[in-house]
Design a protein around this ligand. Structure first.
Ligand SMILES: *Cc1c(COP(=O)(O)O)cnc(C)c1O
Length: 393
């Protein structure tokens, strides 16, 4: 107990979490705003575009139905699970049984965070990409598991080298998280890599947990595959999906897990003890999004692509190196002149009032890179690129 407080100390599992690496940048942002700086914030991983109107309408109608005011079914309405399965069939040619291979989630973050509680015992290992979405490691630690970070290196296309996982670690591993199109690197996976992941998972008895959050934020003619399209993937893997990024619905909290029925049932067992499902009016809105007209999603893809082009052209104009992302709404690039990512981000903020996210905040292998989120208008991104020209690095 801390002096004067009646509240016990935080549990070890919370004390063990790494320090929040963006605290420093958040503080600098507040200070800059207090000075009256006109900040251009390219750090926000949350769509700025609104949810399509027909989805909002479906929520309003659903909210008026008293049936939806009661507890929803744990696993999600069969109509919602069927809409998700139908969407998978149309988009990926993957046929799923909505009864056993689809489960509704309170956003995909909820599902990825709870998955280790279903399959990981203390001393078990979970393979986690570095850099990566922090929830994979946090969920593992909460379950008492050990995290083995798999570095994502540029020379490997930001796909992990599965052969580099030590044998004794692979033997103790229960889950492996993957995420393509990737946050933060915007990298995409090859079908060959997915096939290697299936072989690896089979050899070691591991569940592949593929976070496919950005599969619909794709550019040019590129179409990200589903992990479940890989031969054998259904025996070893699940895929996490949500409406958050595709349909600009981060605030709605609705997603789903699909794939191996035993793995889905395991997560379902945790969830019946933790939450009571997703508000059915939201599920009806999600059905409208998945099954309705896709023109708004298409329009949004074009908007993100235009923004991507502004940033890529701007950075190249400065002589800075950058790969052109084919999907997700991020640009991930090496810091110019080999600056460390925190100093680089700090200088951009102080000297140009531009916010970028230092790569090291996503894990040690993110050092030497920074992330720009394409979640602000093209005009503002162009202005940011102009400001960067005046920087003397
Ligand atoms: C945004 C994001 C999520 C969160 O998804 P929700 O469905 O809103 O919970 C999950 N994974 C990655 C990689 C993300 O970037």
């Amino acid at each position: 107990m801390t002096h004067g407080s009646r509240i016990p100390e935080l549990a070890e599992r919370l004390k063990r979490l790494p320090p929040y690496l963006f605290a420093e940048i958040d503080k600098k942002k507040r200070e800059a705003r207090a000075r009256g700086a006109d900040l251009i914030d390219m750090g926000i991983g949350d769509p700025d575009l609104p949810t399509p109107p027909h989805v909002v309408e479906a929520l309003k109608r659903g909210a008026e139905n008293p049936e939806h005011h009661r507890y929803p079914s744990y696993e999600g309405m069969i109509e919602f699970r069927t809409a998700a399965a139908e969407w998978y069939r149309r988009r990926f040619g993957v046929v799923l049984d909505p009864e056993t291979e689809v489960l509704a989630l309170v956003g995909s973050k909820e599902g990825t965070a709870h998955m280790p509680l279903a399959f990981v015992n203390p001393g078990d290992v979970v393979l986690v990409p570095d850099p990566g979405y922090p929830v994979y490691a946090a969920g593992t630690w909460f379950a008492g598991g050990e995290v083995h970070f798999m570095p994502l290196l540029r020379q490997n296309g930001f796909m992990p080298d599965l052969g580099a996982v030590p044998g004794d670690v692979a033997r103790r591993a229960k889950l492996m998280y993957l995420n393509y199109p990737n946050n933060p690197t915007a990298a995409t996976a090859t079908r060959e890599f997915f096939a290697r992941a299936v072989d690896f998972a089979r050899a070691h008895g591991i569940i592949v947990c593929h976070d496919a959050m950005y599969s619909e934020l794709r550019f040019d003619d590129y179409r990200p595959p589903s992990f479940l399209e890989t031969p054998g993937a259904r025996e070893v893997g699940v895929e996490f999906h949500s409406l958050s990024k595709t349909y600009s619905m981060t605030g709605w909290r609705v997603g789903f897990i699909v794939g191996n029925a035993e793995a889905v049932a395991g997560l379902g067992k945790v969830k019946t003890n933790v939450d009571s499902g997703v508000f059915q009016a939201i599920q009806e809105a999600a059905i409208a999004a998945l099954g309705g007209p896709q023109d708004v999603a298409e329009q949004y893809r074009r908007i993100y692509q235009e923004r991507r082009d502004v940033v890529v052209a701007g950075l190249r104009g400065l002589g800075w190196e950058v790969d052109v992302p084919r999907a997700a709404f991020f640009v991930w690039a090496p810091t110019p002149g080999g600056l460390d990512s925190r100093s680089f981000a700090a200088r951009l903020l102080e000297e140009a009032a531009c916010v970028v996210t230092p790569g090291v905040g996503f894990g040690p292998s993110g050092e030497g890179f920074y992330r720009i989120a394409l979640t602000i208008e093209a005009k503002r991104l162009a202005e940011a690129m102009e400001r960067l020209q005046r920087l003397k690095l």
